[in-house]
Design a protein around this ligand. Structure first.
Ligand SMILES: CC(=O)N[C@H]1[C@@H](OP(=O)(O)OP(=O)(O)OC[C@H]2O[C@@H](n3ccc(=O)[nH]c3=O)[C@H](O)[C@@H]2O)O[C@H](CO)[C@@H](O)[C@@H]1O
Length: 362
């Protein structure tokens, strides 16, 4: 009993990988005998992060479609065909009871083939603006678990279930205490800590801002945990010091969220959902370079409830210091931002998604 087989696919960036890992962990808890296989894109983050979480993964030769005409784009049709052939083989060999897609180009070929072979599929869409892969797969999916209202614009209404985004359980129940969390980063427990997160890949414009404001932060007597991204680490590691911790990637987000007094962050869907659970004062700087400006929309959903502050990239030079100081110097504002953002949290999302998956198990 319970020796089900699950295939999960999603990737390209952390925003699609971590939801899949959270879902797998919840399934594993309910069905300890179940078998799991992840499928991602070769050379992408998932090939490292999924095995670290204790699961097997196979990589397909696939990439996203670029907006410009490049050599990579000319290869795109060949990659799609080759990935579809490989995906079909993987599905037929593994014969999953359910396939789960969490978006990103990596999940396209796998879920398409699972649907073709007759495996029931569940999709999870993290953003308020649906990704192209999920839109293409929606027609044949059994259920589409979403985090925002109004998703009928993209998906068949009867398949939509509003669950919220799946979050890794150590971030749902933040167990570590503040002192331990601050010490984990080798920082001073008597100082205020500012956490800077650029999303799973790091954010160039946020890094430029932080570098420019290092003197300002020092003058305020605050210390920084600065996640600059793997791509930018070599450029910024020179700023690492006793009170400025420069890191390529944070493997202990739980410690980072607990240690922080104020958080400066991109507004990717996963980050937004986690920040609601963390309940701190957040200053969002959304990426303007994503489809339909969806990060701004993710952030605005919170800002409209006085649960966070939004700063556009274009206004950083002019406004950042004043806005930061306003939050930093008002305990009342920090409390109200923290309380309001916490009200937006959906801590049962992963369980609800797994309830939907369970309905498909024979
Ligand atoms: C540039 C881009 O295309 N961004 C998209 C990408 O964001 P991105 O991949 O940055 O994803 P999210 O903000 O959704 O989530 C980031 C995830 O990475 C984790 N994390 C991050 C940094 C770190 O050092 N350690 C760590 O573990 C966070 O805890 C979180 O779980 O996918 C999101 C979800 O579809 C989209 O909303 C974003 O617009």
């Amino acid at each position: 009993m319970g020796n089900y087989r699950f295939i999960l696919s999603g990737g390209g960036t952390g925003g699609h990988i971590y939801p899949a890992i959270a879902i797998a962990n919840e399934l594993k808890q309910r069905y300890p005998k179940a078998e799991f296989l992840f499928v991602g894109a070769k050379d992408k983050m998932e090939m490292e992060k999924v095995p670290q979480a204790g699961y097997k993964i196979q990589g397909l030769w696939i990439s996203g479609l670029q907006r410009k005409l490049t050599l990579k784009n000319l290869m795109f049709p060949i990659k799609v065909i080759s990935s579809l052939i490989r995906a079909r083989k993987i599905v037929k060999q593994f014969m999953p009871d359910v396939a789960i897609g969490t978006g990103g180009f990596a999940s396209g070929p796998l879920l398409k083939m699972a649907e073709k072979v007759g495996v029931p599929c569940v999709l999870q869409e993290q953003n308020s603006y649906a990704g192209i892969t999920n839109k293409l797969l929606a027609g044949k999916a059994e259920a589409i678990c979403v985090a925002y209202d109004g998703m009928e614009r993209f998906f068949p209404k009867e398949k939509i279930v509003k669950t919220g985004n799946p979050i890794r359980s150590d971030l749902v129940n933040l167990k570590v205490g503040r002192e331990k969390a601050v010490q984990f980063f080798d920082l001073d427990t008597s100082k205020k800590t500012i956490l800077i997160i650029g999303g799973s890949l790091g954010a160039r414009r946020i890094n430029q801002l932080i570098e420019k404001e290092l003197g300002f932060f020092e003058a305020q007597g605050v210390q920084l945990i600065w996640q600059c991204g793997k791509l930018y680490y070599d450029e910024y590691k020179k700023h690492d010091s006793e009170s400025v911790k420069v890191l390529a990637f944070l493997n202990r987000m739980d410690c980072a969220y607990v240690a922080a007094d104020i958080i400066i962050s991109r507004a990717g869907a996963g980050s937004v959902s986690e920040l609601c659970l963390a309940g701190k004062s957040v200053l969002f700087i959304p990426s303007p370079n994503v489809a339909e400006d969806h990060q701004t929309k993710n952030a605005e959903a919170l800002v409209s409830k006085d649960a966070a502050i939004l700063l556009k990239e274009s206004e950083l030079d002019e406004k950042f210091e004043a806005v930061f100081l306003e939050v930093m110097n008002s305990k009342k504002m920090q409390e109200s931002l923290g309380n309001n953002i916490k009200k937006m949290a959906m801590p049962k999302a992963t369980e609800h998604i797994v309830d939907e998956i369970e309905k498909l198990l024979k």
